[in-house]
Design a protein around this ligand. Structure first.
Ligand code: NAD
Length: 501
């Protein structure tokens, strides 16, 4: 096992101020302890938010394109450290090296996007009904943005939020998952380096990090100085955060659980579909919010596709994610493995035919939870399929009519991502239409996972309703003012009202 101290040193992160006994950081690869840290106290959380509030008051005065320059420098730091940070992501979260590096690439991509955005925070001009008047919209920074992130994308999720929040003129306070604090400490070190290169315009406190469990997250959520909470994680967490924020009428972006489906139609390119299915269902060991969990296959191609999938599943290289050739790493912990076994038992009880799902011994990793990805052929969309189990389980159901498959796609409480494989234009258009998928992401001839940062990312229903990343997601990190300017010598009132005195 590679030394985490060495990697952290390479990334410029110093753990000495974090040593303690509150959080034992382990690697899911072997179960070994990587470091023991102390958690922030409630008092420290309040202090950090205070520093971020003061930083915001300065940072909002820095012109947006100049703010973009800080993000350009941060992108440079990420480029220089991509390999080391990617390895640390692998060590802490267990995803394979390709995916660890891919996550850092996503950070670099959002930095590039945000640099361009820093010169494009456009408002509208609007026709006024009154002569000699002009209306317009202007966009202003919000304040302190709180980011709460999950273990499975330990660094990318923060960057989707933070890169936009910073160019929009906000400061950011980050509460990463208690399962992955080391990558957060490393990212904070890289950001501090970028701030040092940027100079004194970047105030201390612009980016604050809170280490600790969900209680520290709750304190961030409850603090009236935090104008927006962007929280990524389970639907259970999202419900609690939504209620707390509603109580004080704070803004939220919620990125919660998914239960994503794919439809494979009779005209589909089956080889393409098989590749997309395997990547989406077993990539990151089924621990992506966009992982493929439900597969609806037309009866005409069911046997051919399933024969191919069973063969691929039986030979999938599951093992140490640091080794080249591995495609499926470990689950995050024993609780995740137990949840997987529980779901498979329910699938069997609901007349499912399950293959795979058993624990695998990986040499040198006796305490890691490695599981063979499972295929569960179901007679119908049964109860177990309505829940997100964060593990590599793919439920498969046969369908006859596309309308039925679309209805199944939409029949679950979640609404994050979805896709269809078809070469029939009518089917593809129907799937993307108002009568089609009800998800935030609806793809054609590509799986539901692996989004690009250029599009707005997020889902509907219990998936939270938030949008992050590309398109106009930046608007959630700013407040909009409508300005009406009178350059005439009269005071005409709107709606023709006269108010003479
Ligand atoms: P989790 O909900 O257990 O924890 C996520 C974060 O929320 C952690 O930092 C945790 O400390 C914090 N938290 C928990 N309860 C809180 C509360 N009441 N108040 C404030 N903070 C609280 O999730 P996890 O197990 O780390 O991640 C897996 C889940 O995240 C899956 O459901 C997955 O689908 C979802 N996810 C969604 C997206 C998305 O973009 N939609 C992306 C990644 C992960």
């Amino acid at each position: 096992m590679e030394s985490v101290t060495h990697l952290l040193a390479q990334l410029g992160a110093d753990l000495s101020s974090w040593h303690g006994r509150d959080l034992h950081c382990t690697t899911p690869i072997t179960g070994d302890t990587l470091a023991s840290l102390h958690a922030d106290t409630p008092h420290q959380v309040a202090e950090k938010i205070g520093r971020a509030q003061r930083a915001f008051e300065q940072w909002r005065c820095v012109p947006a394109p100049r703010r973009g320059e800080l993000i350009r420098l941060f992108g440079d730091e990420l480029r220089a450290s991509k390999e080391a940070l990617g390895r640390l992501v692998t060590l802490e979260s267990g995803k394979i090296l390709q995916e660890g590096g891919g996550e850092v690439q996503e950070m670099i991509d959002i930095c590039d996007f945000a640099v361009g955005l820093s010169r494009q925070l456009y408002g509208l001009t609007i026709a006024s009904e009154r002569p000699g008047h002009r209306m317009m919209e202007t966009w202003h920074p919000l304040g302190v943005v709180g980011v709460i992130s999950a273990f499975n994308f330990p660094v990318a999720v923060w960057s989707w939020n933070a890169a936009l929040a910073f160019v929009c003129g906000n400061s950011v306070v980050w509460k990463p998952s208690e399962k992955t604090p080391l990558t957060a400490i490393a990212v904070q070190a890289l950001f501090t380096k970028a701030m040092a290169r940027f100079g004194s315009d970047a105030p201390q406190g612009l980016s604050e990090l809170i280490i600790g469990g969900h209680e520290r997250g709750q304190e961030l959520v409850d603090d009236a100085r935090v104008g927006l909470i962007s929280a990524t994680g389970s639907t259970r967490m999202g419900r609690a955060v939504a209620q707390a924020c509603a109580q004080r009428l704070a803004r939220t972006i919620l990125e919660l659980g998914g239960n994503n489906a794919m439809i494979v139609a009779p005209s589909a390119d089956l080889e393409l579909a098989a590749r997309a299915i395997v990547f989406s269902a077993v990539g990151t060991a089924g621990q992506r919010c966009t992982s493929l969990r439900r597969l609806f296959v037309h009866e005409g191609v069911y046997d051919t596709l399933l024969a191919r999938l069973r063969k691929v599943y039986a030979a999938l290289p599951v093992g140490d994610p640091l080794k080249s050739g591995t495609l499926v790493g470990p689950l995050i912990d024993g609780a995740a493995f137990d949840a997987m076994q529980n779901a498979l038992a329910r699938a069997r009880a609901q007349q499912g035919q399950v293959c795979g799902g058993e624990r695998l011994d990986v040499p040198g990793c006796p305490s890691g939870f490695y599981a063979r990805p499972a295929l569960a052929e179901m007679p119908d969309q049964t109860e177990v399929m309505h829940h997100e189990t964060f593990a590599p389980i793919l439920y498969v159901v046969r369908y006859q009519k596309l309308e039925q498959a679309i209805a199944w796609n939409n029949a679950v409480p979640q609404g994050l991502s979805s896709s269809i494989f078809t070469t029939d234009m009518r089917e593809a258009e129907l799937f993307m239409s108002t009568l089609g998928s009800d998800c935030g992401i609806a793809n054609v001839n590509i799986g539901p996972s692996g989004a690009e940062i250029g599009g707005a990312f997020g889902g509907e229903k219990e998936s939270g309703g938030g949008r992050e990343s590309g398109s106009d997601a930046w608007k959630a990190y700013m407040r909009r003012a409508t300005n009406t300017v009178n350059y005439s010598h009269a005071l005409p009132l709107a709606q023709g009202v006269s108010f003479d005195f």
